[in-house]
Design a protein around this ligand. Sequence first.
Ligand SMILES: CC(C)(COP(=O)(O)OP(=O)(O)OC[C@H]1O[C@@H](n2cnc3c(N)ncnc32)[C@H](O)[C@@H]1OP(=O)(O)O)[C@@H](O)C(=O)NCCC(=O)NCCS
Length: 147
Amino acid sequence: MIAFRRALSREDAALIAQMDVVCFPIDAPAEFAGANWFIGWDGDRPAAYCAWKVVEHDESVGFHYRGGVMPDWRGRGLQREMLRLREAEMREQGLRKAVTYTDADGAASMRNLIAEGYRPYVPTPTTTLSGLGRLGRAGFVHWGKKL
Ligand SMILES: CC(C)(COP(=O)(O)OP(=O)(O)OC[C@H]1O[C@@H](n2cnc3c(N)ncnc32)[C@H](O)[C@@H]1OP(=O)(O)O)[C@@H](O)C(=O)NCCC(=O)NCCS
């Protein structure tokens, strides 16, 4: 049983940075400041982590900013659980839409997003999550869901 708890402390941030290097070895490190972070604990061992934040598109939307499951804990539905956990907070804050993006070959994430009701969308200058410079470039898939 994995217990998700909010990550707030300097120690939590350091743990997340360690997990992030394992889950996203070639990406720029995630920014701890400005997002709502959770760690999923298996007893005293961190098994997964995720974050979301509000971004301004055509309206305010909830952005699944980062998420990873440590290799030993994959295959147990934790990413889907983390999607639902963050969606619940987004709804509580009155947001009506959740968005995220994946690498074009992120099959496991895509399967989880589809299973949770997400569908792809074509990003525009006001709805891109991967930056204006990347608009129209192959490599990312944008996903959205009505909450
Ligand atoms: C993506 C990630 C969070 C998924 O972890 P998880 O919640 O344990 O997901 P699972 O391993 O159960 O995989 C989910 C689904 O994808 C499938 N899958 C897993 N690896 C796959 C692969 N290489 N190719 C195709 N399908 C794959 C699983 O069979 C499962 O499908 P099903 O639900 O239809 O049976 C985890 O792999 C991870 O942290 N990866 C590195 C970081 C990352 O990519 N994060 C997401 C960024 S958007």
